[in-house]
Design a protein around this ligand. Structure first.
Ligand code: PLP
Length: 440
């Protein structure tokens, strides 16, 4: 019996070592990490340059409280991140994870509103389905009923608009009219709520676990920006999963030349080496808040020198190894190979993604877009089958009436064609086994 507990009772194998895309448990079994943990380990496991940078920092200092010291590592990482953002995003605030980053984004938006005489604005509109974190503030904008329902009385739930799931609604994602159709739902919602009460809109550029790598339809992002501008609503881009190269560019926003007011990122920035997150903000938002007395927010471990030194080394690896470009190229190959699997396996109803944030979704009838029966728990069962075979993939069931099961396939950005071959072979065999199990 272990003293640990997480979500359930089951105990997992004990991790021994991890290198590159591979992980070994203490029984010596090898696993291929086809999901970068939870889309975290973007540069692979145990990168020697990152480990060396961490060792160097540890020899110097491992903690300096932000109210007492700046550190060289946090200043350098802030400058580096600002250089990788659209040029108006210059001010960086460090945290230790994605939920903390989301909380920070919403609180920055609110304090900017207060500092600029817009105190009536407090609502943060988000999408259904979506995932923005598990702290109560981040949950209040998360569209994921199973996670939010138990805590509703403890939160002020925020308004939602539908995420643009064109593939389910039978709309063409390459037609601008589709993007406008979904984006206009945001404008309608802002008008219903009263624009003077709406503070911000938060979205994931490419959906993560909530929607299974859902890519917005053409015209959506541009229209969203226009709508936010028209109504004085701030745009918070949740790049916790998409940031640090995952979709083939350093930020997902780059695919649409999108100019968010606030970006939040985490997972791939610490890349599994350290808990690290960041909020990067338009200078025009920060200055009034500082003038009005400062940003009333902050976490003890924020800007930790060890975390920032590791983050800086991670960004170096991403740049030096050309991992954004590799994610774009390998992502294209992976999507094509998943389409190949879709031709062979009828239970795959959709394949989608950008860069190495890719997914497929199970359906019992592709044309009718019918999900597999809920009681099959396909998402869990399939992940277990693959895991037994030594392939790690990630999964969730979309919660909001539609019970689609999707499987995320998101290897580290250092993946090669050989790794993709191994992933596809593992998926193919797992799909055969799963289809045989559920055959009538
Ligand atoms: N936002 C997005 C888009 C995420 O995918 C996640 C985690 O999966 C979070 C926020 C929350 O991050 P964390 O689990 O580090 O708090």
């Amino acid at each position: 019996m272990s003293n640990l507990f997480y979500q359930g009772r089951g105990r997992k194998p004990v991790l021994d070592q991890a290198r590159g895309l591979y992980m070994w448990d203490t029984d010596g079994k090898r696993y291929l990490d086809g999901s970068s943990g939870a889309m975290v380990c973007n540069i692979g496991h145990s990168d020697p340059d990152v480990l060396a940078a961490m060792r160097r920092q540890m020899e110097k200092s491992t903690f300096g409280y932000r109210l007492h010291f700046e550190t060289e590592a946090s200043e350098k990482l802030a400058a580096r991140l600002a250089g990788l953002m659209p040029e108006h995003l210059t001010r960086v605030f460090f945290v230790s994870g994605g939920s903390e980053a989301v909380e920070s984004g919403m609180k920055m938006a609110r304090q900017h509103a207060l500092a600029t005489g817009q105190g009536s604005r407090w609502k943060v509109i988000s999408r259904q389905p979506s995932y923005h974190g598990c702290t109560l503030g981040a949950l209040a904008v998360t569209g994921y009923a199973a996670l939010t329902d138990p805590f509703e009385p403890m939160m002020r739930m925020m308004p939602r608009v539908p995420a643009p799931r064109a593939y389910l609604d039978g709309l063409d994602p390459d037609d601008e009219a589709t993007g406008h159709h979904y984006a206009d739902m945001l404008e309608q919602r802002i008008l219903e709520e009263g624009p003077e009460t709406v503070l911000a809109f938060i979205l994931e550029p490419v959906g993560g676990a909530s929607t299974g790598a859902l890519v917005p339809p053409k015209g959506y992002m541009e229209r969203i920006r226009e709508i936010c501008d028209r109504h004085g609503v701030l745009l918070i881009l949740d790049e916790v999963m998409t940031g640090a190269g995952r979709t083939g560019t350093f930020l997902g926003a780059e695919h649409w030349d999108l100019r968010p007011d606030i970006v939040v990122m985490s997972k791939g920035l610490g890349a599994g080496y350290v808990p690290l997150g960041a909020m990067i903000v338009d200078e025009r938002l920060v200055e009034p808040v500082l003038d009005a007395g400062g940003f009333a927010h902050g976490f003890t471990y924020a800007g930790n020198p060890l975390a920032c030194a590791a983050g800086l080394a991670v960004v170096d690896v991403i740049e030096n190894k050309g991992l954004c470009a590799n994610a774009a190229t390998m992502g294209g190959t992976l999507i094509a190979r998943l389409h190949g699997l879709m031709q062979k396996h009828e239970i795959i109803g959709d394949v989608r993604g950008k860069g190495l944030l890719t997914a497929f979704e199970f359906m019992s009838d592709r044309d009718a877009k019918t999900p597999l029966p809920r009681e099959l728990n396909a998402y869990q069962r399939f992940v277990d089958i693959a895991y037994q075979r030594g392939l790690i993939v990630y999964s969730r069931r979309t919660h909001d009436g539609y019970s689609g099961d999707h499987i995320l396939v998101c290897p580290p950005l250092i993946a090669t064609e050989d790794h993709l071959d191994e992933i596809i072979d593992g998926l193919d065999a797992s799909l055969d086994q799963f289809a045989a199990e559920i055959a009538p």
